[in-house]
Design a protein around this ligand. Structure first.
Ligand code: P6P
Length: 338
């Protein structure tokens, strides 16, 4: 009986590239390098409980957050892999205040924004964590790589993806022609196509938000959360709250099952917590390509004009009808409040 053919990531990327005669293979090579780094990080994440790589380094990053040993390892690994590709002119990382210009590649066409290990507060308690990446073509090939190459709206993205280090390790990415998921088969050390052409359900019954911050939400967000909890006759059947404090894991579940993930503005964080360039934009590109929706409550995430590398934005992302419903509540309460 003919067994189903296994399609590994490298083969898929190369075959996809053949569909674009003008493709030079540079973007494909960057994706392959990210795949290699992901396997190395995965090895350390899986071994984290066994070797002295848990815990913090005793210092904080640009975000003021404790830098975990695995954060540092992942950051170095992805920077190293992207640097040796010879195709990436620079990197903007959550772990580094400034962009990293990769010497000698001033002719390289692409730059990468990356959150090397998102959800790292979960590392020591064995909850799924992830890597998020976004790939732009440089804004100006005539000049040396600069912040301008990174401060582009998400609609300019050439590629985006995430790796989730969970019960299995998966790499999910898009280059603007749909979303595909590859599961790591440790027995052969390859990411194998396991979720072809992922589409997010148009609606769902899962909402993901840090309910503990309810008192700090706007009236519109509170009203939508009440709606999710079935406290509004409009929604007789309460949704399920699923939130593990790891954006990649929460979003991946909602991408597959349907749902909405919200990190809104709060009284003490008017721009929310999540970063536009290397968390919200790549996730928005993926979710839109899967048929979902991503806004800041008013405006499409991918159309926000970045002004700073580490700027934050509120985000409502997931099943299209659920995001639209949340926007309705925000609109209604803002109008009332206006
Ligand atoms: P809170 C992890 O630190 C992270 O950046 C995202 O992965 C996650 O969704 C969010 O922050 C959790 O933040 O404030 O709910 O703990």
């Amino acid at each position: 009986m003919g067994e189903k053919k296994v399609i590994v990531l490298d083969e898929y990327i190369v075959n996809k590239q053949k569909e674009f005669p003008r493709a030079t293979g540079d973007l494909s090579a960057i994706l392959r390098n990210i795949g290699v780094a992901a396997k190395i990080v995965n090895r350390e994440v899986n071994a984290a409980g066994l070797v002295d790589i848990l815990g913090t380094l005793g210092r904080t990053n640009i975000q003021g957050e404790d830098v975990m040993k695995l954060d540092e390892f992942a950051n170095k690994e992805f920077i190293s892999s992207l640097s040796t590709s010879g195709l990436c002119a620079g990197i903007a990382s959550e772990e580094d205040k400034n962009i990293i210009i990769i010497d000698g590649h001033t002719k390289a066409k692409y730059v990468v924004c990356i959150d090397p290990l998102d959800g790292s507060s979960n590392i020591d308690v064995n909850v799924s964590i992830g890597t998020i990446f976004a790939i732009y073509r440089r804004a100006n090939m005539e000049a040396v790589c600069s912040e301008k190459d990174f401060l582009q709206p998400g609609i300019n993205l050439m590629g985006a993806g995430y790796i989730i280090y969970g019960s299995s390790t998966m790499l999910v990415y898009t280059t603007g022609y749909g979303v595909n998921g590859f599961t790591l088969d440790p027995s052969i050390g390859e990411f194998c196509l396991s979720h072809a052409d992922i589409k997010i359900p148009k609606t769902g019954s899962i909402y993901s938000i840090n309910q503990g911050s309810y008192a700090k939400f706007s009236e519109g967000v509170k009203a939508y959360v009440d709606y999710c909890m079935g406290m509004n006759k409009e929604n007789p059947k309460p949704y399920s709250l699923r939130y593990i404090g790891s954006m990649v894991a929460d979003l991946h579940r909602n991408l597959i099952k349907g749902g909405i993930f919200i990190y809104p503005a709060t009284d003490d964080a008017p721009k929310g917590k999540l970063r536009l360039l290397y968390e919200c934009n790549p996730m928005a590109f993926i979710v839109e390509q899967a048929g979902g929706r991503a806004t800041d409550g008013h405006k499409r995430i991918l159309e926000l004009e970045p002004t700073e590398l580490h700027q934050r934005t509120p985000i409502f992302i997931g099943s299209e009808e659920m995001v639209k419903k949340a926007e309705e509540f925000i609109e209604k309460h803002e109008t009332v409040g206006a």
